[in-house]
Design a binder for this molecule. Structure first.
Ligand code: S3P
Length: 428
């Protein structure tokens, strides 16, 4: 058990690590591009480094001097890997890379850690099979390890996705590069659109019409470019909430991505009465970016969060639950059943940890209710092997009455290896 000992208010200016979604995509799209890509501010976390390692194993020449990454794109067709591709904890890696492997006329196997091997892959296997690839996995093709026997060309697809999932949408769009037939994905609500934006930047014809994304005639990636990855709003969220709940805090988080498919957390902060402002909004590498100033907010109000906003803040729900403990009233989150199949069952993880800390919380199949204005007692919590759960409860410890003990913080390295030192830096 790790004894969490942090106290104090948060002050100062920090650039949190770069965006995980964009870092993954810069390696994936840079690898199947016919040209050279330099990636600045790549997120050097376990998940993204696993994507980088996978593309090296697929024959792509990637230079990494730990400051810059230079990808000598191989074009769409890669090399059959000599071994199983192990992407660790990363759901984005396994699901997006599967789309690219589905169009390769060779055999490959993707696996991950014990958490990833329990996450559902039928959501991508079903459409990829419709496109003509052979996808095998444990329990009738549902769970990793996944075996992929690709095909070229693949069939087209007009897919009505049952979920608002950027991983599903991106997987299909990437597989769609390996056919000339119609490729269309319609989602029930808009999920993050980094794949669409980046494919366009590489010269691919992508059309967006409401909730439908389709590929046009040109499906070849051909560009020399530099991608400057902005700071991740999902990582910034931990300190935004920390500053809002710890008296005396005032911080500025720099270069944070403000893509509208990612800013649900800001809408929630506004409605709950968090004091914040956005400074110096600008566009970097095709994505909106800005600095966010947040200060202690003594009059937080509970709200209900459900419907189309859920995919816009799906990764921030663990830390929103900590914010909710300090708001006046009951915060209710619904339509978030997807949380059950994230890095952990996040509904269960949040509810059981909050209960252990003395918070009144009620679990629903698709969310939970948190009674606000609650004192966080001390106690034992678990990270459940899930980076965002561990970081959320480290932040909770800043306002806990007694010591919090947590079993696992190593998992934080999947997205934010320097989280503890950044937290220490801000604590004054
Ligand atoms: C991601 C999409 C989301 C998100 C994940 C990253 C991506 O997952 O939760 O952390 O980079 O495409 P889903 O597509 O499963 O919602």
């Amino acid at each position: 058990m790790y004894e969490v000992k942090f106290k104090g208010s948060l002050k100062g200016t920090l650039r949190v690590p770069s965006d995980k979604s964009i870092s993954h995509r810069s390696i994936m799209l840079g690898s199947i591009n016919d040209g050279e890509v330099v990636v600045k501010n790549f997120l050097r976390s376990e998940d993204c480094l696993n994507t980088l390692k996978a593309f090296k194993a697929l024959g792509v020449n990637i230079e990494d001097n730990e400051t810059l990454i230079k990808i000598h794109g191989k074009g769409k067709f890669l090399k059959e890997p000599f071994d199983v591709l192990d992407v660790g904890n990363s759901g984005t890696s396994i699901r997006l890379i599967s789309g690219i492997l589905a169009g390769q006329p060779f055999y490959s196997v993707l696996t991950g850690d014990r958490y990833l091997r329990k996450r559902p892959m039928d959501r991508i296997a079903i459409p990829l099979r419709m496109m003509g690839a052979t996808i095998l996995g444990r329990e009738n093709g549902k769970y990793p390890p996944l075996t992929i026997i690709g095909k070229n060309p693949l069939n087209g697809i007009d897919y009505k996705s049952p979920k608002a999932s950027a991983q599903v949408k991106s997987c299909i769009l990437l597989a769609g590069l390996f056919t000339d037939e119609e490729v269309k994905v319609t989602e029930p609500a808009r999920s993050r659109d980094h794949t669409e934006r980046m494919l366009k930047a590489f010269g691919v014809d992508v059309e967006v019409d409401g909730l439908t994304v389709s590929l046009g005639k040109n499906r070849v990636l051909k560009a020399d470019m530099e991608i400057d990855v902005p700071a991740d709003i999902s990582s910034a969220a931990f300190f935004m909430v920390a500053a809002a709940i710890v008296p005396g805090s005032e911080i500025i988080l720099e270069d944070v991505i403000l893509n509208p498919t990612r800013t649900g957390i800001l809408d929630v902060m506004e409605k709950m009465g968090v004091n914040f402002e956005i400074i110096n909004k600008r566009v970097v590498s095709g994505e909106e970016v800005g600095n966010i100033k947040v200060s202690y907010s003594s009059e937080l109000k509970a709200i209900s969060i459900s419907g189309d906003i859920i995919p816009r803040l799906i990764d921030e729900i663990p830390i929103i639950s900590i914010l909710a403990t300090q708001a006046e009233g009951k915060t209710v989150i619904r339509n978030a059943a997807e949380l059950r199949v994230k890095e952990s069952d996040r509904i269960k993880s949040i509810v059981s940890n909050l209960k252990n800390l003395g918070i009144n919380v009620e679990e629903f199949e698709d969310g939970f209710m948190i009674q606000g204005k609650s004192k966080i007692a001390g106690g034992e919590v678990s990270g459940f092997g899930d980076h965002r759960i561990a970081m959320s409860f480290l932040i909770a410890s800043l306002i806990s009455e007694d010591t919090i003990y947590i079993d696992d913080i190593d998992c934080i390295a999947t997205s934010y290896p320097n989280f503890l030192s950044d937290l220490k830096f801000l604590l004054k």
